[in-house]
Write a protein that binds this ligand. Structure first.
Ligand SMILES: Cc1cc2nc3c(=O)[nH]c(=O)nc-3n(C[C@H](O)[C@H](O)[C@H](O)COP(=O)(O)O)c2cc1C
Length: 342
């Protein structure tokens, strides 16, 4: 079997994820605008929304309801929910389904204090009976596929990801995603991909491998080394939204057109235009800062640009102009270089 057949995709019930690449849920990042950017560039089989509090959703919190906005072009789309009450999680899952999600995902991996304190996210790995009850009750109300995303466990001594994987399978989840760090580790150290291979051996439902995939070669390696069915990418996509296209090309053995500086400029500014259009000044400024930080990793002089973000002040337009000017300078410098070389 050649790589292109082997890695053509996997199924979640009626949903085909092809290529087998998934945009990881990231709070404050994988909003509608970012998901659309990744989708338009291509190579991504499934995109995931940032996590949604089941409690706030069921209370009708307008900020949460706004997050649930999506466009048809994003499909297939997975919406992730979190919470600690099985009945509320089931209500939220039904709501997500009614709003047209293709897949519902349950968060059992978030290590943020705010979430842990509410006994949600990774805290559920400390109470597998509750975790089972949540999966069971959510499954009972859903017709769309259900997935569960988790970590290795609370800490090294309590690494119970294999047990949780089996529970998810027994209660009818269609797939599981593993970010192989403990909650105590947060984002430190290295993702232990060998655990993904062990989980794959322990369950028969599809397993998504996640953690530290930064380049297309990493994606090929995680699939080959662990036998997982799909690869989920988070931070790698914020630094390089073209990563999925590169992964798709690497898996099918085809060439990929590298984005030019002009392509990057067009993408970044199109994204920022949407932010200025859709968000109020405070949120626009916050997101412009966040994304400038992510996007500029790896740009020539990117560190210098990041240093200039703070002093750019509180005006989102001033920050926009700073980034646009910086990218224009890069393009001019590249043209001068090309002329010299010609
Ligand atoms: C800014 C940020 C926000 C995140 N938000 C979520 C989230 O809402 N739900 C979730 O399951 N994981 C969340 N994660 C974890 C990622 O989905 C992913 O598991 C983790 O970053 C490891 O993958 P990576 O190395 O490809 O980034 C977040 C990560 C980051 C960096």
């Amino acid at each position: 079997m050649d790589a292109s057949t082997q890695y053509s995709g996997f199924r979640l019930g009626p949903v085909t994820v092809s290529p087998p690449t998934v945009l990881a849920p990231m709070a404050g990042v994988t909003d509608r605008d970012f998901r659309k950017i990744v989708k338009r560039i291509g190579g991504v089989g499934l995109v995931t929304m940032e996590f949604i509090s089941s409690k706030m959703l069921m209370q009708g919190d307008q900020r949460i309801v706004k997050l649930l906005d999506y466009d048809e072009e994003e499909r297939p789309l997975s919406i992730q929910i979190y919470g600690s009450e099985a009945a509320t999680m089931a209500d939220a899952a039904r709501e997500v389904q009614d709003r047209g999600a293709n897949v519902c995902d349950i968060n059992m991996g978030c290590p943020a204090n705010k979430v842990l304190k509410g006994c949600a996210g990774a805290a559920l790995m400390g109470d597998l009976d509750l975790a089972r009850d949540i999966v069971k009750q959510v499954r009972a109300v859903l017709e769309i596929p259900l997935t569960v995303k988790f970590r290795l466990g609370l800490d090294d001594r309590r690494a119970n990801y294999l047990e949780l994987g089996r529970i998810c399978q027994e209660e009818g989840a269609d797939a599981v995603a593993l970010h192989p760090r403990t909650a105590a580790q947060r984002f430190t150290g290295k993702a232990d991909w060998s655990a993904i291979g062990e989980l794959k051996q322990a369950v028969s439902i599809p397993v998504l491998g996640n953690g530290d995939v930064r380049r297309a070669e990493d994606a090929v390696r995680i699939l080959r080394e662990t036998g997982c069915d799909g690869v989920m990418v988070g931070r790698g996509a914020t630094r390089d939204p073209w990563i999925f296209r590169r992964i798709e090309a690497a898996l099918s053995g085809s060439d990929v057109m590298e984005p030019t500086l002009q392509d990057r400029r067009d993408l970044v500014l199109a994204h920022f235009d949407t932010l200025l259009e859709r968000e109020d000044a405070r949120h626009a400024l916050h997101k412009l800062r966040t994304f400038t930080n992510w996007y500029s990793r790896g740009w020539p002089g990117g560190a210098d640009l990041r240093r200039r973000i703070g002093p750019a002040g509180e005006d989102p337009l001033a920050l926009y102009e700073l980034v646009a000017g910086y990218l224009d300078e890069l393009i001019v410098a590249e043209r001068v270089e090309e002329c010299r070389a010609a």
